[in-house]
Design a protein around this ligand. Structure first.
Ligand code: SF4
Length: 90
Protein backbone atom coordinates (compact mmCIF):
# COMPACT_ATOMS: atom_id res chain seq x y z
CA UNK A 1 0.00 0.00 0.00
CA UNK A 2 2.93 2.35 0.58
CA UNK A 3 3.63 2.50 -3.15
CA UNK A 4 0.01 3.27 -3.92
CA UNK A 5 -0.10 6.16 -1.50
CA UNK A 6 3.10 7.48 -3.04
CA UNK A 7 1.62 7.32 -6.53
CA UNK A 8 -1.49 9.20 -5.37
CA UNK A 9 0.63 11.97 -3.93
CA UNK A 10 2.67 12.19 -7.13
CA UNK A 11 -0.44 12.51 -9.30
CA UNK A 12 -1.80 15.32 -7.12
CA UNK A 13 1.47 17.20 -7.29
CA UNK A 14 1.64 16.83 -11.05
CA UNK A 15 -1.85 18.30 -11.41
CA UNK A 16 -1.18 21.27 -9.15
CA UNK A 17 1.26 21.41 -6.26
CA UNK A 18 -1.35 23.18 -4.16
CA UNK A 19 -3.50 20.06 -4.28
CA UNK A 20 -0.89 17.74 -2.82
CA UNK A 21 -2.67 15.75 -0.14
CA UNK A 22 -6.06 15.82 -1.87
CA UNK A 23 -8.24 12.99 -0.63
CA UNK A 24 -9.98 12.61 -4.01
CA UNK A 25 -6.95 11.34 -5.89
CA UNK A 26 -7.88 7.94 -7.27
CA UNK A 27 -11.60 8.48 -6.59
CA UNK A 28 -12.49 10.05 -9.94
CA UNK A 29 -15.90 8.48 -10.54
CA UNK A 30 -17.25 10.01 -7.35
CA UNK A 31 -16.21 13.48 -8.49
CA UNK A 32 -17.22 13.28 -12.14
CA UNK A 33 -19.90 15.58 -13.52
CA UNK A 34 -21.56 12.76 -15.41
CA UNK A 35 -21.35 8.98 -15.21
CA UNK A 36 -22.98 7.38 -18.27
CA UNK A 37 -26.09 5.37 -17.46
CA UNK A 38 -26.34 6.65 -13.91
CA UNK A 39 -29.80 7.27 -12.47
CA UNK A 40 -30.55 10.62 -10.88
CA UNK A 41 -30.84 8.94 -7.47
CA UNK A 42 -27.47 7.23 -7.88
CA UNK A 43 -25.94 10.53 -8.96
CA UNK A 44 -27.23 12.27 -5.84
CA UNK A 45 -25.75 9.52 -3.66
CA UNK A 46 -22.44 9.63 -5.53
CA UNK A 47 -22.09 13.40 -5.34
CA UNK A 48 -23.01 13.31 -1.65
CA UNK A 49 -20.08 10.96 -1.06
CA UNK A 50 -17.79 13.32 -2.99
CA UNK A 51 -18.99 16.33 -1.02
CA UNK A 52 -18.36 14.49 2.26
CA UNK A 53 -14.84 13.63 1.15
CA UNK A 54 -14.28 17.29 0.31
CA UNK A 55 -15.44 18.35 3.76
CA UNK A 56 -12.52 16.41 5.26
CA UNK A 57 -9.95 17.40 2.64
CA UNK A 58 -6.91 19.30 3.92
CA UNK A 59 -6.52 21.24 0.67
CA UNK A 60 -10.15 22.32 0.21
CA UNK A 61 -9.35 26.04 0.24
CA UNK A 62 -6.64 25.58 -2.37
CA UNK A 63 -9.02 23.43 -4.42
CA UNK A 64 -11.59 26.21 -4.36
CA UNK A 65 -8.95 28.67 -5.56
CA UNK A 66 -7.82 26.36 -8.37
CA UNK A 67 -11.42 25.81 -9.46
CA UNK A 68 -11.96 29.55 -9.56
CA UNK A 69 -8.87 29.96 -11.73
CA UNK A 70 -10.05 27.23 -14.08
CA UNK A 71 -13.51 28.77 -14.39
CA UNK A 72 -15.63 26.85 -16.89
CA UNK A 73 -12.90 24.26 -17.29
CA UNK A 74 -13.58 23.03 -13.77
CA UNK A 75 -16.20 20.31 -14.08
CA UNK A 76 -17.42 17.82 -11.53
CA UNK A 77 -17.12 18.24 -7.79
CA UNK A 78 -14.51 20.77 -6.69
CA UNK A 79 -14.17 21.90 -3.07
CA UNK A 80 -17.50 20.35 -2.17
CA UNK A 81 -19.49 21.87 -5.01
CA UNK A 82 -20.62 20.56 -8.37
CA UNK A 83 -19.11 22.67 -11.15
CA UNK A 84 -19.70 22.69 -14.86
CA UNK A 85 -23.44 22.25 -14.89
CA UNK A 86 -25.68 24.65 -16.75
CA UNK A 87 -26.40 27.60 -14.58
CA UNK A 88 -23.51 26.83 -12.25
CA UNK A 89 -20.70 29.30 -12.22
CA UNK A 90 -17.75 30.20 -10.12
S1 SF4 B 1 -11.70 19.63 -1.79
FE1 SF4 B 1 -12.65 17.84 -2.76
S2 SF4 B 1 -12.31 18.06 -4.96
FE2 SF4 B 1 -10.92 19.46 -3.89
S3 SF4 B 1 -8.99 18.38 -3.69
FE3 SF4 B 1 -10.17 18.02 -1.82
S4 SF4 B 1 -11.34 16.15 -2.12
FE4 SF4 B 1 -10.60 16.85 -4.12
Amino acid sequence: MGGYRGARALVAELADARLSGAVCVGCAPFFDEVVPGESSEARIDRVTVAERLCSACPVRAACDAVAAELGREAVGVWAGRMCGEKGQGR
